[in-house]
Design a binder for this molecule. Structure first.
Ligand SMILES: [Zn+2]
Ligand SMILES: [Zn+2]
Length: 334
């Protein structure tokens, strides 16, 4: 048996939707690995699952999809990685490999895709299983606590950066400055971008300044120059309007989140005309993940983490809901 947390009663975080429980250690199926969890980072999507913004796909699922751990066993017919290998388990758990999206390199759009911590048990537990083809080998020389946030916050933020079509050395607006945003900002700056951060939290504003943002303002403030591109990380539909309005002609706004509150009515002239573009970001491909992990292995971003003991997973989600986490909350198994 093992310790785990499950989403027992999806609902507002104040109603304690998570329940601490004991479950049998899972058996890896064909093509799968059994992985012992070292660290699981806490993602805003875990909060959306706990609160029911993303409806459960099966009852009493273990959340968590930013897992750093070690392979302890291989299922029948599974070829590598060998037991003892350090691996990361991310949000995308499987795709069909055969549909038109998978065949054209857009497996993030596969209608049969499954997700860690939603369609299958995730990393708020001592062990989890994952298909070997979908885990990422991880370097040994970085602490697990700093690697875990890369697996969703990092990878999805990187896909959002690709989707917003930022020109070389361009001006990038970032709306909301939590886990994903503070990693993405550093990747963009390392590539020569000027970063403008709009966020309501004073601690996040301070962090943005420290990391080198050229402008830091409140959540809907107007940046001093028009932006070539922008990413909306805050799950707040109202912010789509000021973000579109801040774009230069031809600029693109990418919405990074899996969940967004309703977008108010747009005014064509103010928000879209002059060929401004509004785009969503849907999960990521394994190629995005591998490319991102290669980039960060060469230039590791400074990642601010707030550690929580495994016993305090519910408190970590409450703190995330109340904007009390600076950087990324991570659950430590030991
Ligand atoms: Zn497919
Ligand atoms: Zn996530």
């Amino acid at each position: 048996m093992m310790d785990a947390w499950v989403v027992a009663r999806p609902g507002p975080i104040a109603t304690n939707p998570l329940e601490r429980t004991r479950l049998p250690v899972p058996e890896p199926g064909p093509g799968e690995l059994l992985i012992k969890v070292e660290v699981c980072a806490v993602c805003r999507t875990d909060l959306h699952l706990a609160e029911g913004d993303l409806p459960p796909r099966r009852p009493r699922t273990v959340p968590g999809h930013e897992v750093v751990g070690r392979v302890t066993a291989l299922g029948p017919g599974t070829e590598g990685p060998a037991p003892g290998t350090r691996v990361g388990v991310a949000w995308l758990r499987s795709t069909c490999g055969e549909c038109r999206y998978c065949r054209r390199g857009a497996e993030n759009l596969c209608p049969s895709s499954t997700y860690t911590g939603w369609d299958a048990d995730g990393g708020y537990a001592e062990y989890l299983t994952a298909p070997a083809d979908y885990v990422y080998p991880l370097p040994e020389d970085l602490p697990a606590e700093k690697l875990a946030p890369l697996l969703c916050a990092g990878i999805i933020g990187y896909r959002a950066l690709l989707r917003c079509d930022l020109p070389p050395r361009g001006r990038l607006g970032i709306y909301g400055f939590g886990a994903s945003a503070h990693i993405t900002a550093q990747i963009a700056m390392a590539q020569g971008a000027s970063v403008y951060v709009m966020t309501r939290s004073p601690a996040a504003q301070e962090l943005a300044r420290e990391l080198g943002a050229v402008f830091v303002g409140g959540s809907a403030d107007t940046p001093p120059e028009p932006l070539d591109a922008a990413i909306l990380f805050a799950p707040v539909g109202e912010l789509v309007l000021p973000a579109l309005e801040a774009l230069d002609r031809g600029g693109t706004l990418a919405v990074a989140g899996i969940h967004l509150t309703d977008i108010p009515v747009l005014n064509y002239q103010r928000h879209l005309f002059q060929e401004r573009t509004l785009r969503s970001v849907t999960a990521n491909t394994r190629a995005d993940g591998r490319e991102f992990l290669r980039l960060v292995a060469a230039h590791p971003p400074r990642i601010t983490t707030t550690p929580y003991p495994f016993d305090a997973a519910d408190r970590a989600l409450q703190d995330l809901a109340a904007d009390r986490v600076n950087g990324v909350a991570v659950l430590l198994m030991e």
